[in-house]
Ligand binder design. Structure first.
Ligand code: FAD
Ligand code: EPU
Length: 339
């Protein structure tokens, strides 16, 4: 029997710590319960929001519908040979617990994605990434339920349209599909990706024979802890904006003025440049307006210093967008889902 709560505060269900309410709220731990909701007279046709850890959402107002907090846990070894393992995880599993499971078992592939908050089910939504790895690199397939038809459906990797901080689930299927299971393929043979600048600074010279998966995970944890704001101290959702892609002319102009700027060359004369750098150059690093600020160690992270509302955070983010556009002519787009 489903337990539906009314007028539920979402303050502890979003890492910005914004104090909004949902008209209706339920925690769900199986596909069967999802179907029960979809078939119900009262809730079947009501607006629904799927919520995982709330670590990539900014609520600017109360949610006038049903919030479905998906909490089903479970990790299962589906297949194994000498080289690979296939792992299936339920969507409600905490992402970092899945990383721990893989590190403990020496299944290589997601150790660089260590300490990313949130659930396994949300990880494919924006193709989570960090330190040179994205979930798409180890992704096999996922399954779940179409919220409009109530039908089960699976998606193979090429059907997910993975891109930088994007997928079909953040575009055409946004809000229309609930992911309940995710399947990953991980290596059993030692294989590390240490190319990302920060990680390379720590481990580039390490003896690769002796280097362990645990050491890589611990190093990623250390880098992240030094740079990113802990939501338990300051509400935040990680990077607020995506790093912009610019054309060669814009890139060369910037590089002439700021030789020190790091960048990543993409195909087709395109370059990805760090939004945090642009924001800092606009004088916004550590800047505070009321209870909203950018983090003083990472300008790309907007933090709630106490009692900021979602609307105030959104307004501050728009002020930053305008400052970056006015100074550089570059549009920076939010990564966070704003509701
Ligand atoms: P939520 O915030 O609950 O939801 C995000 C979106 O996914 C919403 O639109 C929601 O409706 C939808 N959704 C959630 N679960 C499901 C489901 N089962 N089925 C369908 N839709 C669903 N991200 C990175 O990529 N790399 C990083 O390095 C990184 N670092 C971060 C550091 C901090 C301190 C924080 C707070 C966030 C960081 N993030 C990072 C962002 C965030 O952790 C990820 O986007 C994460 O995958 C969000 O998971 P969640 O369960 O909290 O999703
Ligand atoms: N920088 C500045 N000032 C700042 C912040 C950054 O100059 O205040 C410059 C530095 O030169 C630094 C460069 O930007 O070398 C890149 O910074 P960092 O390595 O911290 O990475 P990022 O581009 O800011 C991205 C992801 C993070 C991810 C890290 C590590 C995006 C939007 N963000 O941040 O993901 O953890 O790389 O891979 O792509 C998230 O998505 O929420 C997130 C935290």
């Amino acid at each position: 029997m489903l337990k539906i709560e009314e007028n539920k505060s979402l303050k502890t269900f979003n890492t910005f710590g914004v104090n909004v309410k949902a008209n209706y709220f339920t925690s769900v731990a199986s596909e069967k319960e999802i179907l029960e909701i979809l078939q119900s007279k009262r809730f079947g046709s009501m607006d629904k929001l799927i919520l995982g850890g709330g670590s990539n959402i900014l609520f600017t107002k109360n949610y006038e519908g049903l919030v479905i907090h998906y909490v089903e846990k479970g990790i299962r070894l589906v297949e194994e040979n000498e080289k690979y393992v296939i792992i299936e995880s339920s969507a409600g599993e905490v992402w970092n617990d899945l990383v721990s499971y893989c590190v403990d078992n020496k299944y290589y592939g997601i150790e660089n994605l260590s300490l990313i908050p949130g659930t396994v089910g949300a990880a494919p939504i924006q193709n989570i990434g960090a330190y040179g790895v994205e979930i798409k690199d180890v992704f096999e397939s996922l399954s779940g339920i179409d919220l409009e038809t109530g039908k089960k459906r699976s998606f193979k990797k090429n059907e997910c349209k993975f891109d930088y901080r994007n997928s079909i689930f953040k575009m055409e299927l946004k809000g229309k599909f609930i992911i309940t299971k995710v399947i990953l393929k991980l290596h059993k043979e030692k294989e590390f990706n240490l190319n990302y600048r920060d990680l390379n600074n720590y481990l580039g010279k390490a003896n690769k024979e002796k280097l362990t998966i645990k050491k890589v995970r611990d190093t990623v944890d250390k880098i992240r802890t030094n740079k990113l704001a802990d939501p338990k101290r300051f509400g935040n959702a990680g990077s607020f904006f995506k790093n912009p892609e610019v054309n060669e002319t814009t890139f060369l102009d910037l590089k002439r003025d700021y030789e020190e700027m790091v960048f990543f060359k993409l195909d087709r004369n395109k370059y990805k440049i760090p939004a945090g750098f642009l924001i800092e150059k606009c004088g916004y690093k550590g800047k505070r307006v009321g209870d909203v600020a950018t983090y003083n160690k990472q300008a790309l992270v907007i933090i709630n210093m106490g009692k900021a509302t979602g609307e105030q955070i959104k307004m501050f983010s728009q002020e930053i967008q305008k400052a970056v556009f006015d100074k550089f002519g570059i549009e920076i787009i939010p990564e966070v889902n704003i509701l």
